[in-house]
Design a protein around this ligand. Structure first.
Ligand code: TYD
Ligand code: MG
Length: 451
């Protein structure tokens, strides 16, 4: 007979406790412990039966070299973020806010994998809803199977009969394993279902893609160990009211986490944005003050983005500082540098900063463009036409070199810019480029050159 007991789980680290506590003694987080009644039945899954082989011991020298086999999805942005396609037998978790387009992205991938058999399991939508969405996306395919089911064992049975080459689960929070008797979405269910799916992926070599809901704090709902268990964690983000969606890898056992995929949500699904610079810079008839172009790098892909700043006299006592897409602490630091090293009195000014397109950038090389946008708004004077910037600002007001400067210069040149401002410590041969390359030492040099 099934045994039932009450366990207290920490939703952050997944630790089990015998009693409820306000603070998890394992990870130190407050208010993360939830009560769950767990009934564990003796377990036997179709995938575990054949798993009773003795463990085999290898000397690492003797393991034959294998290259990972990858499925190319032909969705270039996704392939790049994954490090070159989906690795066979891997488990990928795709997280994102509701309505951001997770289901759309995965259905689109499922439909475009024409040469492969795909099983798309949905616990959230009915088959006809999925069909409607597929019609909207408008890709015809032969071998895409839709299953609306939430019981893991039934999903495995179907998988055994259909023999798919990719399994997509939308979403992990709706799944339920019959071996754990708690409600779907609870910590123990999520953990159990994920580990069953991981076993399925590893034994059959079929890649599994899971959709994960996120909590209002922005982390994937369920225990943090969910992210430790899977091979790849992808985050789909963007402002819901903006068109652009960004796909990032937070963890990737088979590639870099620095890559960024950009999509545009359209009436007929997600369109890949293969040349982000062109869409992220708004066309202008007259030069405007407070705008500067930064030559940034996402992963190894260079792109030019527009920074907008507005500096105005503070109406209320405490000046406001607000940013969209940029770290506010970094902005405060740049303002302090301007004040202390270049003598600008910004202490009584409101400063607003916006990176257009609703994207978030962490590259320190955009510091220089941020500073120029602020100065341009402060002076109410547009920056010279057709110039862009790539440099990091140090605390003593020096312009510091940034990595892969040649790539940034080439991108700026390709897009028809006339001048790029960089740090004088960046070792480049300016004669190699047609674009004019201006070298800067300090923030003071910059001001003298531009205003
Ligand atoms: P959805 O993929 O259901 O989001 P998630 O699974 O992340 O919750 O879709 C999100 C939104 O995208 C939805 O509000 C409607 C919009 N959308 C389009 O604009 N165009 C389309 O072709 C599709 C399918 C959806
Ligand atoms: Mg969905």
């Amino acid at each position: 007979m099934a045994k039932s007991k009450t366990i207290y789980y920490c939703q952050n680290c997944g630790a089990q406790h015998a009693t409820w506590m306000g603070k998890c003694s394992q990870c130190g987080e407050w208010n993360t412990i939830v009560e769950e009644v767990v009934e564990k039945n003796a377990k036997k899954t179709p995938w575990q039966e054949d798993n009773t082989k003795k463990p085999v011991l290898f000397n690492i020298k003797d393991i034959p070299e294998t290259s990972e086999t990858r499925i190319i999805t032909h969705n270039d942005e996704l392939d790049r973020v994954l490090g070159g396609g989906i690795v066979l037998g891997s488990v990928i978790l795709l997280g994102g806010e509701p309505g951001i387009g997770k289901s759309t992205l995965l259905l689109q991938v499922a439909l475009s994998l024409k040469h492969l058999k795909v099983l798309y399991v949905s616990g959230e939508e009915s088959a006809s809803q999925i069909k409607l969405r597929a019609e909207r996306i408008g890709i015809e395919t032969e071998d895409c199977y839709i299953l609306t089911e939430t019981q893991t064992q039934k999903i495995f049975k179907q998988a055994k009969s259909i023999q798919p080459q990719i399994l997509i689960i939308d979403s992990i929070q709706t799944l339920q394993s019959e071996y754990v008797e708690s409600s779907p979405g609870s910590v123990s269910q999520i953990r159990e279902c994920t580990s069953e799916l991981i076993k399925f992926a590893k034994t059959t070599n079929v890649p599994v893609i899971l959709v994960g809901h996120i909590t209002k704090e922005g982390s994937i709902a369920g225990p943090k160990i969910l992210e430790h268990m899977v091979d790849v964690v992808l985050q789909f983000e963007g402002e819901r009211n903006h068109l652009y969606r960004l796909l990032r890898a937070q963890k990737n056992r088979f590639g870099s986490t620095a890559e960024l995929g950009i999509y545009e949500m359209q009436g007929s699904g997600l369109r890949e944005v293969s040349n982000p610079s062109e869409v992220l810079i708004s066309p202008k008839d007259t030069p405007l003050s407070g705008n500067a172009i930064a030559a940034t790098l996402e992963g190894i892909r260079p792109m030019l983005i527009e920074i907008q700043a507005l500096v105005s006299t503070a109406v209320y006592g405490t000046p406001q500082r607000s940013t969209t897409g940029f770290d506010i602490k970094r902005l405060n630091m740049l303002l302090a540098v301007l004040e202390k090293r270049a003598g600008f009195q910004l202490g009584s000014k409101d400063v607003f900063l916006n990176i257009t397109g609703g994207i978030r950038v962490d590259d320190p090389a955009i510091d220089l463009a941020v500073l120029c946008a602020i100065l341009s708004s402060y002076e109410n004077e547009p920056l010279p036409d057709n110039c862009c910037f790539a440099g990091e600002i140090g605390l003593s007001g020096e312009v510091r070199p940034v990595n892969r400067i040649e790539k940034r210069i080439i991108e700026a040149e390709k897009l028809g810019y006339d001048v790029i401002f960089i740090s004088k410590h960046n070792k480049v041969k300016t004669s190699n480029f047609q674009i004019r390359v201006e070298m800067l030492g300090t923030v003071g040099d910059l001001y003298r050159m531009l205003f």
